[in-house]
Design a protein around this ligand. Structure first.
Ligand SMILES: CC(C)(COP(=O)(O)OP(=O)(O)OC[C@H]1O[C@@H](n2cnc3c(N)ncnc32)[C@H](O)[C@@H]1OP(=O)(O)O)[C@@H](O)C(=O)NCCC(=O)NCCS
Length: 177
């Protein structure tokens, strides 16, 4: 068993990954109301409300950090620009998920945050592998995962998406520490 810090902070070249806080609620709500963010995720509600953002931040504060770790992705002078999380699934696998607010797309932030979160999972959390999946129509996320070192397993699962209201073909990937 690995004991991890109660509220770990990860510094990257341009970003700080830290626990989400109440002060983040407005920015989370503003970015997640964007359907093009929500529809690429399995669990994000749509339409997304401020109440959903409040619940999200509150849930992060009660996480069992031996199993789940959600980080706000913070850019200096801007604040929260996205979220990245590592979660233990019911099958006891660690799964990665993330989103970046639309104004910040295309600048390498998701890739930078993912690489650092994986390095943290390897070194601080002692995980040997991490799984991830992206919807087949989300090529940008596929690029992020490939750039961060994930490999396609060849498995395609049909995962639910709350925002789509129906399951979507999901290309499964794995990263080995
Ligand atoms: C997917 C997402 C996280 C990418 O964030 P980002 O910070 O823009 O990602 P990066 O800049 O690190 O890398 C994006 C890559 O995708 C590529 N890309 C962007 N749009 C693309 C598209 N429509 N088709 C193919 N590739 C695309 C970029 O060119 C870049 O690859 P490159 O460096 O090889 O050129 C962001 O768009 C997002 O949050 N989307 C909604 C939520 C989501 O998809 N979450 C992930 C669920 S699995």
């Amino acid at each position: 068993m690995c004991v991890i810090e109660e509220r770990p902070v990860i510094e990257t070249q341009r970003l700080t990954l830290r626990a989400p806080a109440k002060a983040d609620v407005d920015r989370v709500a503003a970015f997640c109301v964007d359907h093009d963010v929500a529809r690429m995720t399995t669990r994000m509600p749509a339409p997304y409300t401020r109440g959903h953002a409040e619940d999200f931040v509150a849930r992060c504060g009660t996480q069992d950090r031996a199993r789940d770790n959600t980080f706000a992705i913070e850019l200096a002078d801007e604040g929260l620009i996205g979220v990245i999380g590592l979660f233990t699934t019911p099958e006891d696998r660690v799964e990665l998920g993330y989103w970046i607010g639309r104004p910040y797309w295309g600048r390498g932030y998701a890739t930078e945050a993912t690489r650092s979160a994986l390095e943290w999972a390897r070194s601080a959390w002692r995980k040997r592998y991490v799984v991830a999946g992206h919807f087949a129509d989300n090529e940008a996320s596929g690029r992020v995962l490939v750039k961060a070192g994930f490999l396609y397993t060849g498995v395609v699962e049909h995962k639910p998406s709350i925002a789509r209201g129906e399951p979507a073909a999901t290309r499964m990937m794995v990263w080995l520490a």
